[in-house]
Write a protein that binds this ligand. Structure first.
Ligand SMILES: [Zn+2]
Length: 94
């Protein structure tokens, strides 16, 4: 039997997301708030190399980072009615 280790991270404790460009000549990462990601990646291009990181979107609402920000805000506004946590499985300590 193996014990399962998990982390439960409340939405409010997630202050930043990490985004890594997978263009072969780049590979750089950036950590920022969801709000800043919605702005920085508005055109779905890597801020370092300018390469596409997602198919281009025509509106802020269609941009995946904008949608993530909208969902984030909706959960924040509903915190009186619901708690949202992200559950992460981890390897047991040896
Ligand atoms: Zn890049």
């Amino acid at each position: 039997m193996t014990a399962e280790h998990i982390l439960r991270i409340p939405l409010a404790d997630l202050s930043a997301i990490r985004i890594t460009c997978k263009q072969p000549s780049c590979g750089r990462s950036a950590e920022m708030s969801v709000r800043d990601a919605a702005t920085t990646y508005y055109e779905c291009k890597c801020p370092f190399c300018g390469g596409p990181i997602l198919p281009p979107r025509s509106t802020k609402e269609a941009n995946p980072f904008g949608r993530l920000l909208a969902a984030w805000r909706a959960f924040e506004e509903a915190k009186g009615e619901v708690d949202v946590e992200f559950v992460i499985k981890t390897e047991p300590a040896t």
